[in-house]
Design a protein around this ligand. Sequence first.
Ligand code: SAM
Length: 218
Amino acid sequence: MGKAQTKSRQRVRDHGEVFTNEREVKAMCDLVKDETERIDSRFLEPACGDGNFLAEILTRKLEIVKRKYKKSSLDYEKNAVLAASSIYGVDILIDNVIACRERMFKIWDKEYKAVCKKDCNDMTREAVRFILKRNIVCGNALTLKCVDENGNETDEPIVFSEWAFITGFQMQRSDYTFAELLAQNDDKKQMRIDDTPSDEGTFLKKYVTHYRRVQENE
Ligand SMILES: C[S@@+](CC[C@H](N)C(=O)[O-])C[C@H]1O[C@@H](n2cnc3c(N)ncnc32)[C@H](O)[C@@H]1O
């Protein structure tokens, strides 16, 4: 029997919480198959629930990483980090957000263990946990504001990090408000990677570190 599609009437009434079943998730992902199989293609789900779509996308990306890089633990690891770092979600309910992050980490770590075995590194695991924490956000996708653990909307804007390998092991994180990314998308622009603040001041900050230490820039 598949996973239940609803948790309670109250949650359906208050938040429209109805989960998509696996068969539909797979069929919808097949509509953008090439993108789901590109390691660094970016996906954002603004009402991600506990991650039915995001988990499928991560699984597909990791399958490609394994196919291409399983012979080198280091290459596998870097590309698996890149795969996780390109997937984003927002949900208004904190329990969904926590469940989504945990589910994504378990998928990631199971594959990591299976491929890299004794070469697995706990700092990389912590880095991936950190990336998932930043990428899967508790917020209101309509107002673009963060929601706190009590379910109250805050004044804090939702901020997303763009992650990219720049040289060798160095990973760059560039933070943008969700509002800025949507405005850029409307203008058919790419995400900016320069560090010049925009006129609106919505580009926030850039960090560069070894990819195993991204969590040091909390
Ligand atoms: C129809 S469910 C879909 C869940 C998941 N995408 C799936 O297909 O299984 C809608 C989700 O959106 C969330 N949600 C409702 N209003 C929202 C809002 N304003 N911002 C962010 N998430 C919201 C709910 O908590 C719920 O998890």
